[in-house]
Ligand binder design. Sequence first.
Ligand code: PHE
Length: 450
Amino acid sequence: MSTPTNNKRGFWGSRMGFVLAASGSAIGLGNVWKFPYITGQNGGGAFVLIYLVCIFAVGLPIMLAEFTLGRKTNLNPVGAFKALQPNTAWVGIGYMGVVAGFLILSFYGVVGGWTLAYIVKSFSQSVLEFQSPKDAGQFFGQFIANPTEVVIYQALFMGLCMAIVIRGVHGGIERACQVLMPTLFVILLILMVRSLTLPGAMEGVKFYLSPDFSKITPSVILIALGQAFFSLSLGMGAMLTYGSYLSEKENLTSATVYVVLFDTMIALLVGMVIFPAVFAMGLEPAEGPSLVFSVLPAVFSSMPFGTVVSIIFFVLLAIAAITSGISLLEVVVAYFIDQVGWTRKKAVLTVGLIIFALGIPSGLSFGVMSDVKFMDKTFFDIVDNIASNYLLPLGGMLTAIFVGWKWGIAKAREEIEKHETRFHWANLWGFLIRYVTPVAVAFVFLAKFF
Ligand code: PHE
């Protein structure tokens, strides 16, 4: 399909380009770094099952709502709500999204920088000489406490995201994802085979796939729901913005299903890489946020071809982080292009540099600023907490309420069914978006307060 000539914002070149770019946003540190460690902390198989229910009952309907709002208005989150409900408080959802993009990318850039650092460190072999996971953990702790190194790698990560976004949706984001996403999938398959053939790997498969329902508590359900949200890039207009570059010929429902399936498949695949390896090594699955950065290098150290495996893994993690980082940056950039009238170049350079600067204190939170705390939280924790635990759930819930009750299911359905696309499960979607989704997300949100 040729690129539709529309306005200076640009359009996706093909349906697959869009699906891959949106999957690139969804698949990121959330899948590769966060999903395995919280699955490990929350009992394995049972958590995975609840997570899957959350993805399909809550995440999928909200994603379709965001794509629909985006394509209907062809605008950034602020412009979209303004176009549909001018001069109302609903526009606040859009502003919240732009702010969330700013905040999330500021610390996401720091963790993205860690992944780049570990590619380099794998080459120099310094992460491949560990006798135990404890040594690897210490090495990681020392690395993230080094201000110069952390900030340089954060700058490198931000620079890569900016270089891609500056080329625009078709030239930059889409082309990058078209190559990167399939590569990611293949690399994961190779790693999975490597992991599954380690002696003792089956214990890990059992932990990961056989649910122990005694482990399910209300707090486990809440964690699963929150993770579904973060992993699918919902609640801040990232998917709305990507949908705004869709032409009317595309089928929104099938694009939604593809993106949700790809994101879920990658998360599940990453689990099949990590847990067999963790159990084969006699390691602890509930290790926590350091799982990827401190346990896996120890795993690689004891493997044949460890250097190669380590480089492949961290390249993979960096790819996943960059394709998510560019979607976060694109939300803020699209706002300045559409609403403020900046050129893409000016928007990317200005916004990118400010987000980088805002991220520096987050990067220093594990070293020189580790004692600078407010209510017992470091700068990194505060920014992460405000954005991920407050802005995303609130944004998602309000988007669902807006589409379900204010803009209306009928208008949304009209947009979805443009060009005679049939929306077979329209009634189910209407029910989910009006009742199930707002109530479920409100539940997560309130749980943060009580
Ligand atoms: N979904 C991304 C991940 O899993 C993170 C993200 C959240 C990206 C919100 C954009 C918007 O890493």
